[in-house]
Design a protein around this ligand. Structure first.
Ligand code: FES
Length: 245
């Protein structure tokens, strides 16, 4: 049964939506964070979520839908407590990403019915439920194969490590990512992606502070520094004139 948007999105969420709109010169620019805000409530972008964004921003449902269906971070089906994204792009795939994904498919599903892309083991939203997806390059090729939980990185994975990780998540634990903020859950991560963080500094730091660099990523810069290498100076070239319309 569908619910009216005002039942799902309470006064607090409406206030947050208005806060987002105030951050931009044009209200429609708030659409991307607002879709994350919607996901922080429902764990996906429902039809009611689309109507909520459209009403708040003075857009049509079709305009909001066009954006929500374009980006892979906006989910059209309810997600689990955690979203596990396994990189199966070329480098990760060759170094074990395909094997990790396959292993999680059968571990979270079964040999007979492996879990499919964007399918959930358990009841979406309930504790221990996990949505599995394969992802394109997660921009951590130097640490391949990688996976993310709620968009935080777990580097240098193996099928065994990935199984231990999802088992810990299903048991209600929140293992620390290799890089990134401490784990919350999918809805909590979505609230952060919408741009809302705790106001007091200590809680804020506790929520978002975490290792952000890897030795592998900095190795090239370190060698260049030791050897005194610098990039050639690029002379500024004026931009070509653009024909007036
Ligand atoms: S190929 Fe996996 S992070 Fe780039």
């Amino acid at each position: 049964m569908t619910q009216a948007p005002e039942v799902i999105f309470d006064d607090d969420i409406v206030a947050k939506a208005k806060n987002l709109i105030e951050r931009y010169p044009m209200s429609r620019s708030a659409l991307l964070p607002m879709l994350h805000l919607v996901q922080s409530v429902q764990g996906y972008v429902s039809q009611e979520g689309i109507s909520f964004c459209a009403t708040q921003l003075g857009l049509t449902d079709a305009e909001v839908s066009a954006v929500a269906t374009f980006y892979t971070m906006y989910k059209r089906r309810p997600c689990g407590e955690h979203l596990v994204s396994v990189c199966t792009n070329t480098l990760c795939a060759a170094l074990g990403g395909d094997a990790i994904y396959k292993k999680l498919q059968t571990h979270l599903g079964s040999d007979e019915e492996p879990l499919g892309h964007e399918e959930t083991a358990g009841t979406p939203g309930e504790q221990g439920s996990i949505t599995l997806e394969h992802a394109e390059c997660l921009a951590a090729c130097d640490l391949a194969p990688v996976l993310q939980v709620n968009y935080e990185y777990f580097d240098n994975q193996t099928p065994e490590k990935a199984v231990a990780l999802v088992d810990a998540l299903r048991a209600g634990k929140k293992p620390g990512p290799t890089r990134g903020a401490p784990l919350t859950d999918f809805k909590g991560a979505e609230l952060q992606l919408a741009g809302f963080f705790p106001e007091d500094e200590a809680t804020y730091n506790g929520d978002v502070d975490g290792p952000s660099q890897a030795v592998e990523t900095l190795r090239g810069a370190k060698i260049a520094q030791e050897r005194g290498w610098t990039a050639p100076v690029a002379n500024d070239v004026p931009l070509p004139e653009v024909e007036k319309k």
